[in-house]
Each structure stands twice: as C-alpha cells, then as structure tokens.
Design a protein around this ligand. Sequence first.
Ligand code: GLU
Length: 474
Amino acid sequence: MSVRVRIAPSPTGNLHMGTARTAVFNWLFARRHGGRFLVRIEDTDRERSQPAFTDSILTGLRWLGLDWDEEPVFQSRRSRDHQEAIAALLANGRAYRCYATEAELNAMREARQAAHQAPRYDNRHRNLSPERIAAFHKEGRHAVVRFRIDDTQDILWQDMVRGPMRWQGADLGGDMVIARRAPADRIGDPLYNLAVVVDDIAMGITHVIRGEDHIANTAKQLLLYNALGAPPPCFAHTPLILNKEGRKLSKRDGVTSIADFQALGYTAAAVSNYMCLLGWSPPVELGERFGLADAAPVFGFDRVNKAGGRFDWDKLNWLNSQALHAMDGATLRNALLPRWQQAGLDTSQPLAWQEQLAALLGPSLVVLQDGVEQARPFLGPPELDDASRAQLQIEACQAALHYILQHRPRTFNAAAAKELLTAAARAAGVRKGVVMKGVRAALLGCLHGPDLLLSWDLLHGVGEDDPRLRAVLR
Ligand code: GLU
C-alpha cells in the first residue's frame, strides 16, 4: 500500500503552529514511506474562510520546507460528492431527516443542562411515520440530515500514537448531523465529519495524522466509513502543544502562527526543526539539531509521545541562534536587509561592507530582528545611551580619545589598534578597559556589542578620520 497523507487546514487564519506541527509529522511520515503528502483546504465555512489565509497557509507550509505532491484540493469545490454521499446514506436508511426546530433543540439542551447531563440529541425523529413527515412538510419545516448512531456499539481502532482506542456509541451525543438545515426537499451543506470522510476516501488517504482534539471525530468518522462501504484509514492522534503552564497553547500566549515566528525573525530551519521536537523524541543518533530531510528516514509514531508537548522558548531560541550563527555573511545580510529597510535604516553602503557587518553581528543574534537594533549604530549616527554618556564624562577617557585621534596610524589593523589602545591608556593613566569602553561608547553609543576592533575597523576603515570619536570630544 502506498502511503497517502494530508494536512487539511481551514483558511480562517494564518498557518497555526499546531497545524504546522501536524503538517510536519504528515510530511515526515510520507517521506519516510516514499508516499505522498497532500494538502486539502477546508474552506466550507464561507463566512470565515478567506483566500488570503489560503495563500498565507500555503506560503507558510512552503517556508517550512514542506512540499506537497499533488495540487491542493479545495473542499468547497467538492460539494457534489458530499451531496451524493448524503443522498446515498438517506437512501439506504443510515441517515434520516430530522425536523426538530431550533426551539425544540434548545429545550432539549436546557433540560439536559438542568439535569447536569451532557448535551445530547434524543433521536426523536429517527423513526417518523410517513404521516408525521407529511405533516412537517406541510408546515414548511426545514430539516437537517442526521446519521444514525447505535448507542450500544463499541467503536475500536488501533491508534498509531495512543494504541488501542475504544469509544461507545452512547458517548457521541446521539444521531449526528451531517447536513445543515435546508428545505426538506433539498440536502443542506455538509458538516465537517461527513465532508472529511468523503474527501479522505476520494483522495485515497491511507493514514490520517491529526491533533488529539479530533479523537471524538475519529469515532464518528469510523462509523461513516463503515456506512459508506469504504475501508477506514489508519489514525494517529498527535499530542497537543502546551504552553509553559501546561495548558493548551492559545492566542493568549502571543505567538501562535508561523507568520508570527517569521516576523520575529526565526529561521525556517529552526522552526521546522523545533516542530519535530514538539511531541517526537528523535533517536539519539539524530541529535537535536537536524533538517527535515535528516529526520524523515528515522521518523515513526513509536517515538511520538502521548503527553502534550510543552512549548520551550529556550530550545527554539537556541536552535535559531545556532542556525543564524551557521550562516555566512552574504546569506545573513540578505536575510537582514529587508528588516533594515523596513526599520528605515540607511542601506546605501557597498554590498561587501554590509556582508561584513552581518558576519560581525551574526554570533550575537538569537532572532533576525535582533540584527536591526544591533545594526542601527552602524547604519546611522549612534545615539548615546546613559551609560555611554557617563563613560565619556570621565576625564581620563576623554584624554585617551584625544590621544587616539592624534596618534591614529594611517594603516588601521587589529594589531595597530590594540597597540594604540594600550598607548592611549598609558598616556591617560587609566586601565585599557576604560579606554575600550570609551571608544565603544563613541562608536556605537552603548557599552555592549560586537567585537570592538572589528566594529571600529568596519566603521572607519583604513587610514580615515574617526568622526565618531571626534564628535564626542570636549
Ligand atoms: N480542518 C480540520 C482542522 O483544521 C481538519 C482536521 C482533520 O485533519 O481531519 O482541524
């Protein structure tokens, strides 16, 4: 059997982290087995679905390095198949029309609530006589279509993550709605479970890999496979992503979509690497830093945890800084340039100079966005912070800077610069550290930052004047 898996996002928002992680697991599984990874856009919620979100989801998947093997399927274009399946279930008696009004359903819900019972439809229209049906039609009542669920049956499956699973028909809330309310001579829009099953059958999906929040849906969907005469796929329910407090990650946790990570300046390599670690324990020989292509040959659900995966910012930050540190100056400069431009920084310098700057900043970056603030004093006049101003108030520091300007060699190199700092410290009667801080303050406006000599060289090159040092002299 050749493996066919899919990710089925709803385009009602950007690519959510949970969906992305599930997509990564699907992709890894497909690649591991030489199968196909497919995308289905579940855009049947006409009010909330937007083409812009579809674009952003597809862009996000591509950004992560997840390539799909067939044209994406749009669920909204498959309504004829959905309608046919519902009609077939109506025809063979596995489904029926339910004419219960909203008011009746509300009353049912309230009564159960008052009795502290979970909401449940009481199957009241399961066996309507032809006379009652005729009466409802005459009244002009609209109807939903419900699928019969036998309360006494056990629903069993072998979950690839969670092992043997067992659900009772009685726990599924009564006969399930598979088509929305519509005039009784028509079939309304299909509901999620029906559409998913019909589409998964049509797409030849062999393994459904999705979040554990879908477990109850799986129980219902297995009944639909059976009723539609199709063999069910295998199921893998992946653990939820939890926040630091161990609760399901939500919008309140700030960053939830792949676009958010992108905006902060996380690299695709680090994010996709981290997604693998959210719920999967890779074999030791793979280590913690790896690409999707390295993970694919060893990926399996035997090492996917049942417990939720806590989101660990430190781990992600570590992976990201490693990825940034591994970039050469040219690559890093290309990644930083749009951010510099967006921040309105001057980017008119020669390419080679910008690449040197990127290489200089690289080792201290955790996310790309850090490279904006850190580059700022290089790409424009520095703004002195309080500590720098205080440093430059020191008399001896001023004296050392005067000395430096007077004795600056024509050829600036690291060795000459070091000597100059030592000589300036001696002349001003202070420790070299004080002078170095003074130079740093004058050059960059702050006392922390990349290597001083390299920064100095980059800012004023060989044999030029030092306007930044001059500017802070009294
Ligand atoms: N559209 C559903 C979701 O985003 C798909 C679930 C599934 O994979 O079946 O949760």
